[in-house]
Design a protein around this ligand. Structure first.
Ligand code: ATP
Length: 460
């Protein structure tokens, strides 16, 4: 059986259920920018929280940081972004479109989509030239050259320029890390594939500072740990791989880089990069700022510039991977326990990532059922993201929750009023069981915390 998920279906579901949709829609949209609606915000927040949890709560050698998006322009001089953060770009004189020269083979020609740019009879491509991906803006009311600042193209540099600060107030010593989540901006030449590549996106980056001799060991550690994070959150292991960069792919400062790749509907693509950056960043910022960015070991009396291992992930790209991995379509035999027959679309998300954990549904809008359901919502709300829904047939309401990946539906029926019990419907197995209202909170909380694996694992 082939995987039901295609990019078009994911885009359609996200729009239908208000997870993610085109930005500025009333003005016709703005190329490849997206807004997240209620369920999308909940989902992406859960992804970011899972990352923070792995970085902060489950270890004691990483501290958090939230640096400004606008930084001193010298930051980008020191980091090399001003001179070298470029992609090769070509223009087509015939259709007026621009393309990334190294992506031509993956792109359709706008005039003849069955061919690639440059292959159509009228195509007339220019020579490739470098295009800097940083967005420029002006700081303050005066527009002169001294006021030019940049929207950060990555969160990492905010960490490096704060190395000394953090070292002082956190009382950490290598090996230790600084983690940050936030927006980054890149004027991508060819954004696309929904939120896979956009011009404004969120990154989850951590810089781990180590003694130079230990860099290789920590590089291996972080590759393992980051791959594990995705599988622990339910991504199918056979849709994930670690791809080590060839020597000619490496940036000049990196001695080793590997990408965590996911098998998206567009093929194997980068989810996250793990890089051994050596001492490049701290050395560069020390040179440009005049500050010493090093660590003095009081025991050995040695002073050294720590080396850096960087796992750099994208929150939007990870969210897309979780959506793709979870998306499924199934035939359901109708008639039993309120299930509507026919095809259902369901997001088999890891319960920890699901936007809503439980929906409470009165079977009918009378006989005291809505009141009983609202009481249950009030009791569960403090424990987990809970939703009340009384609109439409019970079968339709189950489908709605399936489409946003709600792992459990609690149904209040006539028996509830007699004996204070409800049914719990499991999103994946569709099984229903009757439990006492008093036991609901504890039961659901323990199920949400239990290890979970994708029911799609058996489907190849
Ligand atoms: P790519 O090769 O796809 O352009 P990159 O190697 O330039 O990515 P990094 O600079 O390593 O990416 O950024 C770390 C992570 O940030 C990426 O793995 C990805 O998840 C995310 N990311 C980078 N650029 C974008 C973008 N334009 N849109 C969405 N996410 C992005």
């Amino acid at each position: 059986m082939t995987d039901a998920a295609t990019m078009d279906k994911i885009v359609a579901l996200c729009k239908r259920r208000g997870l993610i949709f085109a930005s500025s829609e009333i003005y016709g949209g703005l190329g490849s920018t997206y807004d997240y609606g209620h369920y999308g915000v909940l989902l992406k927040t859960n992804v970011k929280n899972a990352w923070w949890r792995a970085m902060l709560q489950e270890r004691d050698d990483i501290v958090a940081l939230d640096s400004a998006i606008l930084q001193h322009p010298k930051t980008w001089e020191a980091s090399g972004h001003l001179a070298g953060f470029t992609d090769p770009m070509v223009d087509c004189r015939a259709c007026g479109q621009r393309f990334r020269a190294d992506h031509l083979g993956d792109l359709p020609c706008p005039q003849k989509p069955s061919r690639h740019p440059g292959e159509g009879p009228q195509c007339d491509l220019t020579e490739a030239r470098d295009f800097n991906l940083m967005f420029e803006t002006t700081m303050g009311p005066v527009k002169d050259s001294g006021a030019t600042v940049y929207l950060r193209p990555e969160t990492a540099q905010g960490i490096f320029v704060n190395f000394k600060n953090v070292l002082q107030f956190s009382r950490k010593k290598p090996p230790f890390g600084i983690a940050q989540v936030g927006k980054s901006f890149r004027n991508e030449i060819t954004p696309g594939n929904f939120v896979f590549r956009t011009r404004e996106f969120e990154q989850m980056e951590m810089e781990f500072f180590v003694e130079p001799a230990q860099a290789g060991e920590w590089y291996e550690h972080w590759k393992r740990a980051r791959l594990q994070w995705y599988t622990d959150l339910g991504l199918r292991a056979d849709h994930l791989r670690m791809r080590e960069h060839d020597p000619d792919e490496l940036s000049h400062y990196s001695s080793a880089t590997a990408d965590v790749e996911y098998l998206f509907p567009i093929g194997w693509s980068e989810l996250e990069g793990v890089a051994n950056r050596g001492d490049f960043d701290l050395t560069q910022h020390a040179k440009h700022s005049g500050e010493k960015l090093e660590y003095f070991d009081p025991q050995t009396k040695e002073r050294y510039v720590p080396h850096v291992i960087e796992p750099a992930a994208g929150a939007d790209r990870a969210t897309l991977a979780f959506l793709v991995d979870a998306y499924d379509e199934e035939e359901v035999a109708g008639g039993t326990a309120g299930e509507a027959g026919g095809q259902r679309t369901v997001l088999k998300l890891h319960p920890r990532l699901a936007p809503v954990k439980v929906a409470v549904l009165p079977l009918v809008r009378k006989d005291g059922q809505p009141e009983a359901a609202r009481e249950i919502v009030a009791a569960l709300r403090g424990l987990m993201q809970t939703e009340y829904d009384e609109g439409g047939s019970i079968g339709k309401r189950y489908r709605r929750q399936d489409e946003i990946g709600t792992p459990y539906c609690v149904t209040v029926d006539h028996q509830t009023i007699d004996d204070q019990t409800v049914t719990i419907r499991d999103r994946d197995s569709l099984e229903q069981e009757r439990v006492a209202i008093g036991a609901l909170g504890e039961l659901l909380a323990s199920r949400l915390a239990a290890p979970w694996q994708s029911p799609k694992l058996a489907v190849v």
